[in-house]
Write a protein that binds this ligand. Structure first.
Ligand SMILES: *Cc1c(COP(=O)(O)O)cnc(C)c1O
Length: 399
């Protein structure tokens, strides 16, 4: 997955364009910039790549999620439904707006179970956020129908699934708003960066203003611009955007490499009795950023995970035992350990998590191993890795 593995001359050239004139900021300084507008160019490349009308670059994927929700008016008192399996950024972005994260079970797609979503809807629910984890997606038609029926904003966090598709449409472009991260370990990297994509012009204008202190971006005298509403600074710099510009032009090359490496590993382990794979909804195609498989039970999965570690099969994760991606170990969230006071509504919602059981999520995450697919592996390395994985899994399941 990490685009940094293939950092090279193309990225260097774009960065040098920026260094040549020294305009590191994405707005203003028109006379000095020698025609270089890296952030604007990257927005237009992304809008082409994802077939959407509007793209707003921001400083990170976490910022993208917050800006997307803020643009659609989500804030204090609103509940946002999110999955139990995701990166910590999901609840961070919701909490930052004073809104309340409501965690619900995942299914064998490794993201939101539509039935669990429907059961969690209350009069306070304002948005549903599907997180397209580990290169694939949720049941987007079912989730979208639930959002329509209940008049909820539908947000897609596609940070880990850039390049995947559903019914022929790029992931990120299907819900009302889509979010990407271009942090250092994502398929396309800017070093740090993110994007909000949407076909809704109002959401886009809100995102554009909100991510730059509420500036209306009318005219070319920044000091004279008005501020229709409050904002923050979630701007990306020209240097970061320059790297992303070179990288996004390589997206199809990166996805093809991921697919090739993924397929070798998958074909090798598919023949082992007891190994099954995460469900990809009908009409969906993964980004191949990760290979996700299930083992018969938690004990087997721990054994395989240990065997992988002992035998040098790196970049594979058993998220059940990991601190970053699964509710089980999010003690700081459950105990509401905030530097500053949180609203009583949020505190109450978080305290519920201390006792709440997510048995269905445990059932899937407990048995799941997720292997990151690298771009820089040679074919020989992938075959060696496949053979090691097969041996580790067979030995563990037979012991
Ligand atoms: C990486 C990631 C984010 C956050 O992106 P940053 O750019 O690191 O802030 C959000 N959601 C998911 C699913 C991610 O994988």
């Amino acid at each position: 997955m990490p685009g940094f593995e293939l950092f090279g001359d193309l990225e260097r050239k774009e960065v040098n364009d920026v260094l040549d004139n020294g305009v590191l900021m994405r707005y203003g300084f028109d006379g000095m910039r020698n025609g270089h507008w890296k952030a604007k160019e990257l927005e237009s490349e992304l809008s082409k790549a994802f077939g959407v009308n509007h793209v707003q670059l921001v400083s990170s994927g976490t910022a993208a999620v917050s800006v997307a929700l803020a643009s659609a008016g989500v804030g204090a008192g609103d509940e946002v439904i999110m999955p139990t399996f995701t990166f910590v950024a999901s609840f961070e972005a919701i909490l930052m707006l004073g809104a309340t994260p409501v965690l619900v079970d995942i299914d064998d797609t490794l993201t939101l179970d539509p039935k669990a979503v429907e059961a969690a809807i209350t009069p306070k629910t304002k948005a549903v956020m599907v997180v397209q984890m580990c290169g694939s997606m949720g049941d987007l038609n079912a989730l979208s129908a639930i959002c329509k029926k209940h008049n909820l904003i539908f947000v897609e966090d596609a940070c880990q699934a850039i390049g995947g598709t559903y019914d022929g449409k790029p992931l990120g472009s299907i819900a009302d708003l889509g979010c990407f991260s271009f942090d250092f370990v994502k398929t396309i990297t800017c070093g740090e960066g993110g994007a909000v994509i949407t076909n809704n012009k109002d959401y886009y204008l809100n995102a554009d203003h909100y991510s730059d202190h509420g500036h209306d971006h009318v005219g070319n005298d920044r000091g004279a611009e008005t501020h229709p509403f409050l904002g923050y600074n979630f701007r990306i710099s020209e240097l970061n955007a320059a790297v992303g510009l070179a990288q996004v032009r390589r997206l199809s090359e990166f996805i093809a490499l991921q697919k090739k490496n993924y397929t070798i590993l998958r074909d090798a382990i598919a023949r082992i009795p007891g190994v099954t794979f995460r469900r990809v909804p009908k009409g969906g195609e993964e980004s191949y950023a990760f290979l996700n498989f299930f083992l018969p039970d938690l004990i087997d999965t721990r054994k395989v995970s240990e065997a992988f570690k002992a035998n040098g099969v790196d970049t594979c994760f058993h998220y059940f035992d990991n601190n970053w991606h699964y509710v089980r170990k999010w003690e700081h969230l459950k105990e509401a350990k905030s530097l500053y006071p949180l609203s009583s509504e949020i505190q109450e919602a978080l305290s519920v998590l201390q006792k709440k059981k997510f048995e269905q999520s445990d059932h899937y995450i407990g048995r799941n191993i997720s292997c990151l697919i690298k771009l820089s592996w040679t074919e020989e390395e992938v075959h060696e890795r496949a053979a090691k994985m097969v041996k580790c899994i067979k030995d563990a399941l037979n012991s």
